[in-house]
Design a protein around this ligand. Structure first.
Ligand code: 1CP
Length: 343
């Protein structure tokens, strides 16, 4: 039996005060994060240093008392474990060897071999299970296949996911094969995270909004549904959060169609709209605009209260609509939490 607020909300309970955590809560807006990252050397070294990755995961819990801790790692570690080289260009972002041909697809490592590279991530989770306060829920995660594929195909972040859309149009077999490969590897990766102590898993489909019509069904919804079905078969009762970011109208019915226990919504939809159209199927996570944590003041307090009020009639996990940005003021995070908890 559990009394952790996040797990109760994920089971469909409407709580008087919503549990709260933040995407990218361990990140560059925190001075203690920047110090630990400097100690690790660089971002990827931090991800693969289990002690330090656990330390940065715990920092926002100590500072703010969030209801959940999210594993510190990155969605690009899984494709790296499949073979392509990954590095981060300072001030620019991720770079990765591309996978766009049948030969490159065939050269990816067998799924079972990902654990060699990803073992430190599982160790981070094991450390966290020992060190987290007992009321705090531990969330593991992976990128959804489409979003991971956009980076594997382009070799970097892109504004419109153009290279991935182009491969989908010109060589659908290779594109679909890559989606399948990421899907099967993600099932093993998340299952290992659960075995190491993750109590909830979240699938980040950050670029779902650029898939339209049947493509959304085939490449955002179906792979997500396949991952969820496989994980639930292996780990009965495992709660799963799906985040098909900027899905718009496709948020409607996504929980039922994918099997997710909770759908996270971004701030391109209003909380009132999401309460009416998405929360009727179960728990919703979201959706304060992250820029309010930069600007602060009364709009932040009013915004946090508005989100809380809009979702008060059903199961809700308070969060941002996307990750907190490096220029956010750490004091504003405290103000947001106080506004949600009614302090
Ligand atoms: O300089 C730094 O310290 C690196 C910044 C950073 C951080 C803090 C990156 C690089 N990744 C992370 C951690 C991270 N990434 C977490 C940890 C848990 C948390 O606190 O939330 C998670 C869940 C992610 C997920 C992630 N990585 C996503 C999906 C969510 C989202 O933001 O849309 C994506 C798209 C990535 C790729 C990535 N990693 C890092 C950057 C800058 C990017 C985006 C690249 C781009 O497309 O421009």
């Amino acid at each position: 039996m559990t009394d952790k607020p996040i797990l109760r909300a994920l089971k469909g309970e409407t709580l008087p005060t919503p549990p709260i955590w933040m995407m990218r809560q361990a990140g560059r807006y925190l001075p203690e994060y920047r110090a630990t990252r400097a100690q690790a050397g660089d971002f990827l070294s931090l991800c693969y240093n289990s002690e330090l990755a656990a330390e940065v995961t715990l920092q926002p819990i100590r500072r703010y008392g969030f209801d959940a801790a999210i594993l510190f790692a990155d969605i690009l570690l899984l494709p790296q474990a499949l073979g392509p080289k990954l590095w981060f260009e300072t001030g620019e972002g991720p770079r990765m060897e591309t996978t766009t041909t049948p030969a490159e697809l065939a050269a990816l490592r067998p799924d079972e071999e990902i654990h060699e590279t990803l073992a430190p991530v599982y160790e981070t989770l094991r450390i966290l299970t020992r060190e987290l306060p007992r009321e705090t829920t531990l969330i593991g995660f992976a990128g959804a296949p489409w979003t991971v594929a956009t980076y594997m195909i382009a070799g970097r972040g892109t504004k419109d996911q153009g290279p991935a859309h182009a491969l989908k149009a010109t060589d659908r077999a290779t594109f679909a094969g890559l989606i399948d490969k990421i899907t099967s590897a993600t099932i093993l990766y998340l299952s290992a995270q659960v075995q190491a102590g993750a109590e909830v898993v979240k699938l980040f489909d950050s670029w779902a909004g650029s898939l339209k019509g049947q493509d959304f069904t085939d490449f955002a919804l179906k792979p997500t549904a396949r991952i969820i079905a496989a994980l639930k078969a292996k780990h009965p009762g495992l709660p799963i959060i799906a985040f098909p970011r900027e899905a718009g109208d496709r948020y409607i019915g996504f929980a039922r169609a994918s099997g997710a226990d909770c759908v996270a919504v971004d701030n391109s939809v209003s909380p009132e709209w999401a309460a009416e159209n998405v929360q009727k199927d179960g728990c919703v996570q979201g959706n304060l605009a992250p820029d309010l944590l930069v600007s602060g003041g009364e709009p932040l307090v009013q915004g946090a209260r508005r989100v809380t009020r809009a979702f008060a009639g059903g199961p809700h996990i308070f969060n941002l609509g996307h990750g907190i940005t490096p220029d956010a003021d750490p004091d504003n995070v405290k103000r947001m939490i106080d506004a949600v908890r009614g302090a």
